[in-house]
Design a protein around this ligand. Structure first.
Ligand code: SF4
Length: 386
């Protein structure tokens, strides 16, 4: 049950549109193409591909999130000990689910993503163009910004050539403006939730943000903004709940039924870094060289398991959420076989324990069944925190 107070119309319109985008992505894509017959569609793998480049080409960016498909054919291409988003997206691709796409862009966030990008380039290039946005390892030097700006220029030019369009600085500036508005609204949505002005179950919040990676910003933003404009406080709904922070990787989300267990176990999720990869980028400066501005914004973004800063530390972000939300504990959600997140977990747990913050680690994949033991563990954690 959604516990936010808005008029039913704004809330229902937003949630219905998001549910449709998530449950029927193929049908939504076909409808969009019918409305824009000359436009292209470009898929991107999470967590960082600058969608501004895609919008600047007049195309629709669409996130490739994988899902609960039984993986069989992909086993011939990818080891079974890789994370489920890599395996399920490949299975979908082998079933032709992405054949409507004109191109797919990957970020090199981990060895598995690099592996899947090269497998797709080898096997699917006749269906759609595959390219990698090669991000710098170090984020704290001017050389990183200059390098990334040149790489974004290369990716933009390659994409535009493939789509048969031109990409000029004016179009890119408009795309930056559109994506800045999108990020600002999504961050307002997150902070309204995190500051307890309103409470929305994690599963619904994740659906709203994820749908923003599937719908065109011009269709999605008016719905989100109308919802935000009418959102009012409803502290009653969370008074009996236990406030926690949820930490995880934004690359792969658990199944919605898994996320719904937090509500069922009596938790109010007052903060998270789970959704940062979808909406956590900083605003891109306008004016000047747009490629440099995009590159600079990337190096200033929040820390993720897949994006390390020497000076911005991930545990500080989690602690900040914990403090602001007056949380009583932290739950770590770790995708199975996800090396970056398991590497971070050891240090993050140590930082929590140093401060006496109770925490729980849950691993997951995209399997939509067998959540009983997860609920039991969450309920046991709730009892500890009461
Ligand atoms: S879930 Fe982890 S291992 Fe899998 S693609 Fe994302 S970052 Fe890489």
């Amino acid at each position: 049950m959604i516990a936010t107070a808005t008029t039913p119309d704004a809330r229902t319109a937003l949630l219905d549109a998001c549910a449709r985008a998530l449950d029927h992505p193929g049908a939504c894509l076909r409808e969009w193409k019918q409305r824009h017959p000359a436009a292209h569609v470009v898929g991107y793998f999470p967590t960082y591909v600058p969608t501004e480049l895609i919008y600047a080409c007049g195309a629709l960016p669409t996130g490739l999130w994988g899902g609960s498909i039984a993986v069989s054919r992909a086993n011939a291409y990818i080891q079974q000990f890789t994370c489920s988003i890599v395996r399920s997206t490949t299975e979908y691709a082998l079933h032709g689910a992405f054949d409507q796409l004109d191109a797919v862009l990957f970020p090199p966030i981990c060895d598995s993503a690099k592996l899947v990008a090269s497998i797709w380039a080898l096997n699917f290039s006749e269906r759609f163009m595959v390219d990698m946005v090669t991000l710098p390892e170090r984020l704290d030097s001017d050389a990183s910004v200059a390098y990334l700006a040149a790489e974004l220029r290369r990716v933009g030019a390659t994409l535009a050539q493939k789509l048969g369009v031109t990409i000029d600085d004016g179009a890119l500036a408009c795309a930056i403006d559109r994506c800045n508005r999108l990020r600002a609204s999504q961050q307002a949505f997150c902070s309204r939730r995190a500051t307890l002005e309103a409470t929305m179950p994690l599963a619904h919040a994740a659906a709203v943000l994820k749908a923003g990676t599937l719908m065109h910003a011009d269709d999605y933003l008016p719905l989100l903004d109308a919802f935000l404009a009418e959102l009012t406080s409803d502290a009653r709904s969370r008074r009996s709940k236990i406030p926690v922070v949820v930490s995880g990787l934004a690359c792969q989300l658990p199944h919605p039924d898994f996320l719904a267990l937090f509500d069922e176990a009596g938790f109010a999720v007052v903060g998270d870094d789970l959704l940062l990869g979808m909406c956590g980028g900083v605003a891109v400066a306008t004016g000047g060289d747009p490629y440099l501005a995009l590159a600079r914004a990337f190096t200033q973004g929040p820390p993720l398991a897949t994006r390390h800063h020497d000076t911005i530390h991930r545990h500080e972000f989690i602690l900040d959420q914990w403090q602001r939300g007056a949380a009583r504990g932290v739950v770590f959600l770790v995708p199975k076989f996800c090396e970056p997140e398991w590497f971070d977990l050891r240090y993050l747990k140590a930082e929590m324990e140093k401060r006496g913050i109770p925490n729980l680690v849950l691993d997951f994949d995209e399997d939509p069944t067998g959540f009983g033991p997860v609920l039991t563990r969450l309920e046991a954690f709730a009892e500890i925190l009461m």
